[in-house]
Design a protein around this ligand. Structure first.
Ligand code: PLP
Length: 394
């Protein structure tokens, strides 16, 4: 390796470590749940996207095993060569009927789904308009297409309308937004976005990764919660959060668009098919959600309970109606130090710093699950208060 390059990179990494801002991988010795083992210590877990607690659900595990027995371990192929089995078509059909869309195309992840979303649809004559707080995978997906790029201030409809005016004359206009914003936990103003899209003849794409399965009365996500089902042209989502937490994702939406992706989406054409076990597990997750055995309402009740107690204790929270509760610390070093102290007192949370959130907006993102008990929630609040007082944050 070139010595100068190696030295530069090592200096960058050493600097991060010195500032205490290097990302650590803590090794779990358990499966994912309301409580987990970090090393040999059992802690209450408040940083998973396990909104419905399905990540270690026995029925889901069994369904994945059954699918593996029936269909094998893997396909060693992309979908259009010899990587499509009945179970892939079955899952695509189930997602379409669950989310009330025309059709669905599977990907290995939602990151890949967003990588596929823009390039086949948008060229130089087109414009894509994106919320400034959109997920990194939307930003990267947009980078892969040649359309003109416009960004609007977070959930600011006047700013979005300015962009739509700017985009007039484009062949196609696409508005892209997260359904639930991953770092702030707020829900996009989908009703207003759809109305503006109608006025300006734009398409709408929603990434519902932090919503599918638990937001909305039946878990159909932010389009259900905002009453705009049928008005969203494209939804991308993940199976790696509320829907079992393993991996995999999809684009679901209008027929002609999904047909286009089957012809042209590069992560679909050039990346291996989803493992059959994941298809089987995800199908079972949809059964469980549709049966109403797990309830997103419970997740949201837990979040409200936690939110109220934390506000009362004097913490500065970002407002919202989802299971993401950001506790604002602002200072990066303090946010990381606080999370470490909380872990030491049995509450597993993470301090989020640049580049995951903007500079000066460091926070601890608390995530609630339907499987947290009152005892879990009270223990978390108690630990936050103790550490918050010790650090003079409240
Ligand atoms: C988590 C997330 C993704 C990535 O999903 P994966 O399936 O893990 O790749 C994409 N978009 C948003 C908004 C997310 O929160």
């Amino acid at each position: 390796m070139n010595k100068t390059v190696e030295k530069e990179l090592q200096e960058f990494l050493d600097q991060l470590k010195m500032e205490g801002l290097d990302k650590k991988e803590r090794v779990l010795s358990s499966s994912q749940g309301a409580s987990i083992e970090v090393g040999k210590v059992s802690v209450r877990n408040f940083c998973a996207n396990n909104y419905l607690g399905l990540a270690d659900n026995q029925e889901v595990v069994e369904a994945a095993k059954t699918a593996m027995d029936r269909w094998g371990y893997g396909l060693s192929s992309v979908r259009f060569i010899c990587g499509t089995q009945g179970i892939h078509k079955e899952l695509e059909g189930r997602i379409s009927s669950f989310l009330k869309t025309d059709d669905t195309i599977l990907f290995s992840s939602c990151f890949d789904a967003n990588g596929a979303l823009f390039e086949p649809l948008l060229g130089e004559e087109d414009t894509v308009i994106s919320d400034e707080l959109n997920h990194a995978s939307i930003i990267d997906g947009i980078r892969l297409c040649k359309a003109k790029r416009l960004r609007y201030r977070h959930s600011d409809m006047a700013s979005l309308e300015d962009c739509l005016v700017d985009a007039e004359g484009s062949r196609r206009i696409l508005i892209a937004t997260d359904g639930v914003f991953s770092m702030d936990g707020d829900i996009a103003k989908l009703k207003e976005i759809c109305d503006l899209a109608d006025t300006y003849g734009a398409l709408v794409a929603v990434d519902d990764s932090h919503a599918t399965g638990y937001i909305g009365k039946h878990g159909r996500g932010t389009p259900e919660a905002c009453k705009v089902e049928g008005r969203i042209d494209l939804i991308t989502t993940t199976f790696g959060k509320a829907c079992g937490g393993a991996s995999g994702g999809c684009i679901t939406g209008r027929q002609v668009l999904i047909d286009l992706y089957r012809q042209r989406a590069r992560p679909y054409l050039f990346s291996n098919t989803l493992a059959p076990a994941i298809c089987g597990g995800t199908l079972k997750v949809l059964d469980i959600i549709e049966r109403g055995d797990v309830r997103g309402a419970q997740t949201l009740e837990n979040a409200q309970y936690f939110r109220k107690k934390m506000e009362k204790a004097g913490f500065d929270l970002v407002k919202g109606d989802t299971a993401i509760v950001p506790v604002m610390i602002y200072d990066e070093v303090k946010a990381v130090a606080m999370a470490d102290k909380l872990l030491a007192s049995g509450i597993y949370v993470i301090g989020f710093c640049f580049p995951v959130v903007p500079k000066g907006k460091a926070r601890i993102r608390v995530q609630l699950s339907a499987v947290h008990t009152k005892e879990d929630l009270d223990a978390a609040v108690k630990a936050f208060i103790a550490v918050g007082e010790e650090m003079h944050l409240i």
